[in-house]
Design a protein around this ligand. Structure first.
Ligand SMILES: NC(=O)c1ccc[n+]([C@@H]2O[C@H](COP(=O)([O-])OP(=O)(O)OC[C@H]3O[C@@H](n4cnc5c(N)ncnc54)[C@H](OP(=O)(O)O)[C@@H]3O)[C@@H](O)[C@H]2O)c1
Length: 289
């Protein structure tokens, strides 16, 4: 029996890990209220109480725009928290998986980012997530597994899919940026990939997203089409493409953040699923849930 402790247990990924953990695992997902990753005492108590073989840190400060005005909070949760967790895992010989983001890149590339491409984050969120990666690597080196992902969504939690469904139902027209390109990723597929990575003891830096490429506009159009097709909406507002320049946000985002997943997919022997297929599966779940 493998014992696994998941932090941020009430987030999208924490929830999906609980749903997908194999029967051969004893998985404990602790929500923020039960384990604050910025508190070294709480970390020690959790690790010494549960004595896990692995810790998966899904806890993060993920409010990308709000981070611009709350850099200290983002730093505490995205840098100091992972540093303390990594330190505690290193001291106890516990395997450590940490999640990071496509926003560590600046988006000036026009081919998918490989794990060893130079990062250059544009936002407080991206900078703190990169510093979190570095803090983990300083303490665990290649023994840690750091997985970067992008544009995550799930039936559980807050995300673009649910926001779009609300906007499509309520507004006369929905404007969505068409000049930021990346890959939507179903957190359920990401959870399965992380489980496989632990089973295979894969370490280092890996990239995992669904397959394919989309702009936020393409993503919104697909959500609209599927919502009508599956009967989640009877009517839906039209979606119009707009430029990032016409939708100013506090945080700058990369124009292109497609991740190159080939090495990690090969290490896991998992080919991945196209984002449209994943979106269909997730929206079917919404229908039944
Ligand atoms: N969502 C995306 O689009 C996306 C894209 C790229 C990378 N990622 C990365 O993937 C990972 C998982 O993301 P997600 O989508 O599952 O995020 P999420 O749904 O926002 O969940 C994050 C969880 O962390 C918890 N948390 C915040 N501060 C904490 C603390 N000090 N101690 C313990 N828990 C704390 C939050 O709880 P409260 O809400 O109760 O504070 C929340 O439940 C994160 O590392 C994120 O940076 C996400």
């Amino acid at each position: 029996m493998r014992t696994v402790l998941v932090t941020g247990g009430n987030g999208q990924l924490g929830w999906e890990l609980q749903r997908h953990a194999p029967d051969t695992w004893s998985l404990q997902a602790l929500p923020h209220a039960a384990l604050d990753i910025t508190d070294a005492g709480q970390i020690a108590a959790a690790l010494d109480g549960l004595r896990p073989d692995w810790v998966v840190n899904t806890a993060a400060y993920t409010a990308v725009d709000r981070a611009e005005s709350e850099p200290r909070q983002a730093q505490a949760i995205n840098v100091e928290g992972p540093a303390r967790l990594a330190e505690a895992c290193a001291a106890r010989g516990i395997g450590f998986v940490h999640l990071s983001t496509d926003f560590v890149f600046d988006g000036r590339q026009s081919r998918p980012y490989r794990p060893d491409d130079p990062p250059n984050p544009l936002s407080v969120y991206g900078r703190t997530k990169l510093a979190g990666e570095q803090a983990v690597r300083e303490r665990l080196g290649d023994d840690a597994l750091i997985v970067r992902t992008s544009w995550a969504y799930s039936v559980h939690g807050h995300n673009f899919v649910k926001t779009m469904l609300r906007c499509l139902a309520e507004r006369p027209q929905v404007d969505v940026v068409c000049d930021q390109v990346g890959t939507p990723t179903w957190a359920a597929g990401l959870a399965r990939a992380l489980i496989r990575a632990i089973e295979r003891d894969v370490r280092g830096i890996g990239h995992w997203t669904d397959n394919g490429v989309a702009s936020w506009y393409d993503f919104a159009v697909a959500i609209r089409e599927l919502a009508l097709q599956l009967g989640l909406l009877r009517e839906a507002a039209p979606v119009a493409p707009i430029a990032t320049a016409d939708y100013p946000t506090p945080a700058r985002r990369p124009a292109y953040s497609v991740l190159d997943k080939r090495d990690f997919q090969a290490a896991l022997d998992l080919p991945g699923v196209h984002w449209r297929e994943s979106l269909h599966s997730m929206m079917q779940e919404l229908c039944h849930g």
